[in-house]
Design a protein around this ligand. Sequence first.
Ligand code: ADP
Ligand code: MG
Ligand code: ZN
Length: 480
Amino acid sequence: MTTYETIIGLEVHTELQTDSKIFCSCSTRFGQQPNTQCCPVCLGLPGALPVLNRQVAELALRLCLATDCSITPVTRFDRKNYFYPDLPKAYQISQLHEPIGRNGQLCLKDFPERVVRIHEIHMEEDAGKLTHDPWSDQSLVDYNRCGVPLLEIVSEPDLRSAEEALDYLATLRKLLMFLGVSDCRMEQGSLRADVNVSVRKTGTQALGTRTEMKNMNSFKAIGRAIIHESQRQIDLLNEGGMILQETRRWDENKEMSFAMRSKENAQDYRYFPDPDLPPVKLDKAWIDRVRQNMPERPEQKQSRYQHEWRLSAYEAEQLTDEPFLASLLEQTIACGANPADVSSWILGEWLQACRSGNCDASDLSVQPESLAKLLEMIRNNVITRTTARSVFTYMLDHQIDPESYVREHGLAMVNDLDDLKQMVASVLEASEQSVKDYLAGKEKAKTYLIGQVMRKSRGKANPAHVNKLVEELLEQHRQP
Ligand code: ADP
Ligand code: MG
Ligand code: ZN
């Protein structure tokens, strides 16, 4: 039987994290009232002239440098002409001839042998948003998104499976977030991909005809769409059919793709240099400045956490899963907390609180200084971890100073041996059966007794002392 290889190339669009749009000073804020963030420039009214937002070029440069692209010394904008109701100018300002970066690369995380070549990175503006209302048979248009800056990152057809494509997207997304280029909120559409898929007989070199699925913004849907589309092509070829180069739409509910239109070519868009925008010279001084201000990349952070702070590879990876966790870790340590303590608290209690509250890590409002104080109290045996957990829960909803809170509520750890001995003795007295069980060799009974003492102290007893005292007193029961 003939076997086939799947070939995937991705065109990723990402919205930049700038305050204002790419060619005017309108706000890029998401979720505002429709058509309240528009001016003559982003609406394309006659006589309005675009001016490039410098920050867009700087963020683009950051990504180009981080993906080893060669930077185009003089980069230019082109007009891509087409009519659609979400594009009031009837052209999109984009880059075709001199994109800002070319010939870069990105290494995958779980496929270390696969280096994905990046064909180019270019800057462009987003279009407006259409909402089709089948009920009233009307379409509504919101131009707030017109002129929101985008980067398009075009890969070479170097990916060979849905898993590799998803790895590429996840790696790129993380890089974009850590570089401060984009927040990559997929549900807000700030990261979307056009997915190009073809197949070829295993062992052959020539690329097969590809189809393209545009504007996909969920990892899950992308994975499924690739698997489905490559199978559709293989079946078609096996039946003696031919693949048409076309744009297809993936329907996530039906789990099927549908032909939309035959593929358009660059010629169809009548691209030409935008006469309103001067070329942008990216001189060495500017590039050097961007390079010097480059935020640390996730893999750099990972190795620093392991070497500087002795965190495990697992911890370092988890803590660089998103910029918020990394910055919480770093800031809390900067406030004087012990790195291992901070790491274990974030990956334990912090994330647990997010799971129970069904929210993002960054939604918890506990400040690094307060967390550092809390952890120092555990480290210095001022409070137990149990007490710290309940103080932390309280801190989620209240702005408090954990130290004064502990003082005012008498939550300090009970370290006094006489007090503790009394507590242990009274628990043993009240738990005759467990004492017998322990003496008969049931180790578990001891754990239960320790738990009872901790409970009696309302979590405040020094656990190390309790452990020792329970053992001692139990032994005394053995030799009457
Ligand atoms: P266009 O700009 O018209 O969409 P490009 O040639 O620039 O076309 O390619 C766009 C994307 O399609 C790139 O990411 C590229 O890697 C991918 N691609 C091109 N040819 C193939 C193919 N035969 N199979 C899979 N992906 C492909
Ligand atoms: Mg394309
Ligand atoms: Zn505007």
